[in-house]
Design a protein around this ligand. Structure first.
Ligand code: ADP
Length: 377
């Protein structure tokens, strides 16, 4: 059972070929500077056939496509047909950068392999069941009806994957069922999710991936009136403000660097703004842990994932510092360990478990694709 996972971006095509009988990655590739998606798919097929995995796309059992925005239509992985494509097209205004690139990948793959099942797996669908009080903004309600303005949340595939792994682990090793989890996906993009018994009940990203935690170059939460102020004071137009908040802010805006490894290095060498950027990054995460502990009426475990969450002991330590009143106590020695498996970092007296779980969005997309073609809805 060979399933190809495609992540078609505006300037890159990422792909992984899985053998789902043994959950093994057969091939993993990245084609950058993609201007022509048709050429990119051809190059990908050449690479896969060069390795003897397939001769043509039609030899695959299925293709799973990552799609960023599923709006309110897509609550689960969905078999792709003309109707699915049209519905994803209708969602372009909600994700003008991502959905068109995802769609190009889908259309090309269907052109080359029209007869194999293809499945769209959405970044938003894990959060599709958020309660209304968590996803409706304090705006006139008609804006929700008319313009679909609400919290959708993203990184769903990652939060879903690590939360399932955490739940299995907590059941097997701690006899804990129906856990209340706070999942922290900390990479270039960063988000938190509150997960109650397998269901996402709140998440920090909003209608777009701009809200919430401080990120590599995105501001995360801020007072929206800052935008009106800037527009009035500087004459900045919408595109300039969009660029400012999405591309020039966050860690990069504060210390001119968005790579956390380098920021930590600069901070160790005494750079004040790098130190400040790390403090703001960790403090924002801490506040969300507090909020989600309240939303969940107590947390059983916190999960660190994403490039920063999985690899940075320094950041995990700062996030968990002075949280003992919430029952969160990190064991500094355990925090220095590294493993490809699940790590447990809490001290013996910590009420809340602190887990590090390596995310694997591609495997989750392959698994969901497999399930969707096996049990079509
Ligand atoms: P993306 O969101 O693009 O998938 P990743 O999840 O790969 O990104 O995370 C990238 C971030 O992880 C970068 O800021 C990088 O510096 C950071 N990172 C990776 N390894 C470490 C490490 N050992 N210490 C601190 N940060 C790290």
């Amino acid at each position: 059972m060979k399933i190809l996972v495609l992540n078609s971006g505006s300037s890159s095509l990422k792909f992984q070929l899985f053998d789902m009988t043994c959950h093994k990655v057969l091939y993993s590739g990245l084609i950058e500077q993609v201007r022509d998606h048709q050429q990119a798919i051809k190059t990908m097929v050449e690479k896969l056939s060069g390795q003897g995995h397939i001769r043509q796309l039609a030899d695959l059992d299925a293709i799973g496509h990552r799609v960023v925005h599923g709006g309110e239509c897509f609550k689960q992985p969905t078999l792709i047909n003309q109707q699915t494509i049209e519905a994803i097209e209708q969602l372009i205004p909600l994700a003008p950068l991502h959905n068109p690139a995802n769609l190009l990948g889908i259309k090309m793959a269907r052109q080359y392999a029209p007869d194999i099942p293809q499945v769209a797996v959405f970044d938003t669908s894990f959060h599709a069941g958020l309660p209304d009080y968590a996803c409706i903004y304090g705006l006139p309600y008609e804006l929700y009806n008319k313009h679909h303005i609400r919290r959708y949340g993203f990184h769903g595939t990652s939060h879903h994957y690590v939360s399932k792994k955490a739940a299995r682990f907590l059941q097997d090793y701690h006899n804990l069922e129906h856990p209340r989890l706070i999942s922290l996906h900390l990479g270039n993009g960063a988000s938190a999710a509150a997960i109650d018994n397998g269901q996402s009940i709140d998440t920090s990203m909003g209608m777009t991936p701009l809200e919430g935690l401080l990120m590599g170059s995105r501001s995360g939460d801020l007072d929206p009136a800052i935008l009106f102020y800037l527009a009035r004071e500087t004459g900045a137009d919408i595109q300039t403000l969009d660029d400012l908040l999405n591309k020039q802010s966050g860690l990069k805006g504060i210390c001119a660097q968005n790579d956390m490894r380098l920021i930590i290095k600069q901070a160790e060498q005494g750079d004040k703004l790098s130190k400040l950027a790390i403090k703001i990054f960790c403090y924002r995460i801490k506040k969300y842990i507090g909020a989600y502990t309240a939303a969940l009426n107590g947390a059983d475990a916190i999960i660190f994932t994403g490039g920063i969450g999985e690899n940075s002991a320094v950041i995990r330590e700062q996030v968990c510092k002075n949280m003992n009143s919430l029952g969160i106590k990190l064991d500094k020695h355990k925090n220095q360990q590294a493993s490809d498996n699940i790590l447990e970092l809490q001290s013996q007296t910590s009420k809340v478990k602190i887990l590090v779980i390596k995310t694997n969005e591609e495997l989750e997309i392959a698994t969901q694709t497999y399930t969707a073609i096996r049990d079509p809805q």
